[in-house]
Design a protein around this ligand. Structure first.
Ligand code: OGA
Ligand code: NI
Length: 327
């Protein structure tokens, strides 16, 4: 028990964690059984159509038969959970250490006074393997396990990109390759008061695709202005696309807002892998024509888009405003 106490600073719901009334998750939220679960073992054309339909209807889906071994998923979860169980002092050694970043003090999306109830570990895992030197070295298996996991998730991202580009009628390889890859691991400790707090506030993702492993309930997505819960399915991945897909499809596909609620009885760790666009983001040629003029200006993702994104995450779709044509 003593050990547990020093592994987290998040024990009491002090005023900073108590959110303004309109942000609190007070209304009951159903766990939706209809968020599509796509079997990647299906015939190619079928899977491609299902993925596109899921993106049109929900913006989120889960994938099974994705080729990543269950054991490797379990080991990755264990490694990150062991990391979060380390003493606070040791974790804080990773606060902004080169490209790796640990925080138990995450910024609220809109206000300086409020905070979300979580700890975060972020680290790059680019294709050249150079980032490994900046990753935590405790637990001792961290670099080996996460090295293997992150390269498997990269392969999965390419499978999904291929299927989605096929389903959307884009040219093969449209989404590019060698995408920037960053792990974004959220740990939500047990929270004494889930009704006044959030683990992560509502937002849309900035990156091209997010591939997330979760085992405990907490993730909710916005559909028709109502929050619905995403059921944790063993050894599935939850997948969503971020803002760039809206631009690439010239407004056809939307990025969907989501948030995370806290839990009174169980801690939750969600392993998010973010892939960034490989190229300049712009409407794809097959989505523009005389009847469909481009709705967005091309932009460079890292230097032009991200600064807008971080200015206002709480207004879910604000980041694209600056890039709209004739807005
Ligand atoms: C994110 C995110 C969801 C989760 O990191 O962008 O939405 O379940 N995470 O932690
Ligand atoms: Ni997100």
């Amino acid at each position: 028990m003593a050990n547990h106490m020093i592994s987290s600073k998040l024990n009491a719901v002090t005023p900073t964690y108590v959110l303004p009334m309109h942000e609190r998750p007070l209304a009951p939220v159903p766990i939706d059984k209809e968020i599509p679960v796509i079997d990647l073992g299906e015939e190619r054309a079928v899977a491609a159509q299902q993925l596109v339909k899921a993106l049109e209807q929900y913006g989120f889906f889960q994938v099974i038969n994705h080729g990543i071994p269950d054991d490797l998923m379990d080991e990755a979860m264990e490694v990150y959970e062991e990391f979060f169980n380390l003493p606070v002092k040791e974790k804080e050694n990773y606060a902004e250490k080169e490209e790796t970043l640990y925080t138990n003090n995450p910024k609220h999306h809109a206000s300086k006074e409020h905070k979300y109830w979580k700890e975060v570990l972020e680290h790059n895992c680019n294709i050249d393997g150079q980032d490994k030197q900046t990753w935590p070295s405790n637990p001792p298996t961290f670099r080996e396990v996460i090295g293997a996991y992150s390269s498997e998730v990269r392969k999965l991202s390419m499978i999904i990109f291929d299927l989605v580009s096929e389903g959307l009628g884009l040219e093969a390889g449209y989404f590019g390759k060698g995408h920037g890859q960053r792990m974004f691991v959220n740990h939500y400790p047990i929270c004494p008061d889930p009704s006044s707090t959030l683990g992560t506030g509502g937002h849309c993702d900035p990156n091209l695709i997010t591939i997330c492993q979760q085992q405990v309930y907490g993730l909710q997505i916005l559909k028709n202005d109502e929050w619905i819960g995403v059921e944790p399915l063993p050894h599935a991945f939850v997948v969503n696309f971020g803002f760039p897909i809206t631009v690439m499809t010239n407004g056809k596909l939307k990025s969907v807002a989501h948030r995370v609620v806290t839990n009174k009885t169980q801690a939750r760790t969600a392993i998010g892998t973010y892939f960034c666009p490989a190229n300049v983001v712009e409407p794809a040629k097959s989505f523009v024509g005389p009847e469909n003029p481009p709705l967005f200006k091309p932009f460079k993702w890292g230097t032009e888009f991200l600064p807008h994104y971080f200015k206002n995450r709480a207004v879910y779709h604000a980041a694209l405003e600056a890039f709209k044509i004739n807005a």
